[in-house]
Each structure stands twice: as structure tokens, then as C-alpha cells.
Design a binder for this molecule. Sequence first.
Ligand code: PLP
Length: 412
Amino acid sequence: MHHFEYRGGELYAEDVPVSTLVAAYGTPLYVYSAATLRRHFRAFDSAFAALPHLTCYSVKANSNLSVLKTLAAMGAGMDIVSGGELYRALAAGVDPQKIVYSGVGKRASEIEEALKAGILMFNVESTGELERLSAIASRLGKTAQVSLRINPNVDPKTHPYISTGLKKNKFGLDIDHSLAAYAKAMELPGVTPVGIDCHIGSQLTSISPFLEALDKILAFRDKLTAMGIETRYLDLGGGLGIQYNEEEPPHPSEFGQALTKALGDLPITLILEPGRVIVGNAGILVTEAVYTKKTPSKDFIIVDAAMNDLIRPSLYDSYHAIREVRPAGRPELSVDVVGPICESGDFLARDRALPAVAPGEHLAVFSAGAYGFTMSSNYNSRPRAAEILVDGDEVIVARRRESYDDLIALER
Ligand SMILES: *Cc1c(COP(=O)(O)O)cnc(C)c1O
């Protein structure tokens, strides 16, 4: 059932030993499992089988083309937040009528690209955006279907940086002031309000904030109906959490059952925008120990992956399980696993129980498939890692490792 497992004393990605991938492609190396992607997508999508629905994978979680193609081939729609993500989704063969476009800062050029592509819907986050969308669509002789993103003021009880549905957040329109925005959407040319959107945060480990938001949205929908505004779509965003360490997030089927019950037979199509729950545990980051170092206060393992490759520990103080690629059965010490970058915030784990691995040995950082490579950078002029997609015993170089030439290719 798990596609990263130990066989004969070493870690495999599906049917391929991770050590084989390291020998061929080097480190740091992202490795994704196609079977896991498919299993997670199927588990999520089928949880809503009883409702008219569209599962729009959130591209920003992991936007590698091979990942997008794998999901598109299963019929996934996509939730995009930029023109670049639109470009990727179309390149992966996603049906434009399954694409929804979210984000607080859509530029005119990006809006125009999405209109020309014929996407299903814009999730509009301000009246300024609504006016701009109206003007551009009118000029192009098109009509954009829109949902307004409502901020339900619900606490998702997750890290503050990934809470998005509180009054103080920059996202969406305040729920108490949104009726006027819908009235405006009815009047403006080139836009038709067809739905309601919300996204309250990421890495939620309980269903109750979703249900709380849904309650508020449904009450809001009744007010719209009373104003004569029919909404056919209800987009509840993404945010379902995964297990990194000891979290116990609800299974998608539980989420599906709760929503199926709450929505009854309302004549709406539910849209969901899962990201992390699809890709998070479908990827690992493999790294090589470069040095070990003892100071009077700490033991360090210095590895060749860093915060530029995986920023989540530095940014959110998040936990990623780390295990040896070839466990050697040595006793565990308390160590910090750190990268080579010139920042004290450059760590993958702190005060972690790990064996005293030797330089040249390899570690796998688990649950690195979401917000891993997509948040990576070239800081310290480090070429970005390669990405490998394993499908059974097939190995696909989903992105080749960047070279030094790549580092300066756009500069003079
Ligand atoms: C980031 C984001 C998602 C995906 O969130 P996950 O926690 O990865 O599921 C969905 N919708 C919107 C609007 C987002 O910004």
C-alpha cells in the first residue's frame, strides 16, 4: 500500500531502489511515486462520488509537468494561481473547462490568457479584480463565469502563514460585505456570477472548520438566492492535511461523507482544490551526508540538500520524517540535519533522533512532494534539484538537474 518502503534493507520508490536513482541522477533528488499520486487522487475524487463535483488539483503544491500529466490523465481538473500555472496545466493536456483560477493579484495579461484559453471559472478576490475582468472580457467579446471568494472568518487551526480565511487575511471578500459585490457582478458586462468560492487554509487536520465555513457559505447562498442570484457552483478550496509526524488528519472519505451529508441534494456542483493531500506523501527528497560535525552543544549532520530545496522546515518550522536510505542499525543520537547555506535557519530537522550516518551515506526526507520543489530557489547559487517520477519499474526524469550554465543563462 505504501510506495516508499524498505525491501531487503533498503528504501525503494515503487519497484526501484532509491540508491539506483542516486547513482544515476545524484543528490539532492526529488523522487515522486506515480502510483501514489494516482491512489491519492482516486481516494479523494471518489470520496465525492455521490455529489456532482469537480476535483481541481492545486497546481502550486507540485507543478512538475509529469505530475500534472499523471493527474490530467485521470481526469483531474486544476486550480491555478498564475499565468505560468495556466501554461503548465494546458501543456499537461488539462481540459480548460476543468480549470479554475484563484489568487489575489491576477494581472491583466494573465486574465486575458485565461479568457482566451476558455477556462471554467475565475475565483475573484476583490471588486477591483471584478471590474478589470469585466473590462477585459468585454473587450474580447467574452463572458467570464465567476465565483467570488468569500472570507468566512473561520479559524482553520493551522500555521498562521497558511491560514487564509480569517478577517485579517488578504484573501477573498469579507462575508458581511459581499452581497454588494455580487450585485455588482450581476450588473457588469462580461462577467456572470455562477458560484461561491472559499479556501480557509492549508494542512487542516480536522473537518470542523470546513463545515463551519460551509454553514456560513450556505447561509450566504440563501441571501443570494433571495436577491435572484442563482449559484450553480460551490468551491470549498483545498486544505485537507496529511500526516507528516503525529497528526491524524481525516481520511478524504470522511471529508466526502460530511460534505455529502451537509449539501444534501442542493442543485450545485461542488468544486474541490486539493493540493497537499494528493502530492505531499507522494514524494521524498533524497540527500547525501557531506560532513558530520560535533560541537560542545550539538551534533550536526551536514547534508547536500538545503532550505533552497525544501524551505518548509525553515519557513513553518515544519516536521519531515528523515530516514536512512540503507539503514545500518546504528544507535540513534540527537542531531540537527542542516544544509550548506549561509543561514542559521537552514535546517531540515532539529534535535532529531537519527543514527550517526557517515559522509557519503544517503538520507530520505519524507512527505516532500508538496510545497517542496515548487518553493525551491537558487539561493547561494545552488542549481535546483532534479525531479524523478517513478512508475512501477519505469523511471522518468521529470526535470533534469540544473547546471551551472542554467544558473547564468538569463544573465549578462
Ligand atoms: C494553496 C491553495 C489550495 C491548495 O491547498 P492545499 O492545502 O495544498 O490543499 C487550494 N486553493 C487555493 C485557492 C489555494 O491557494
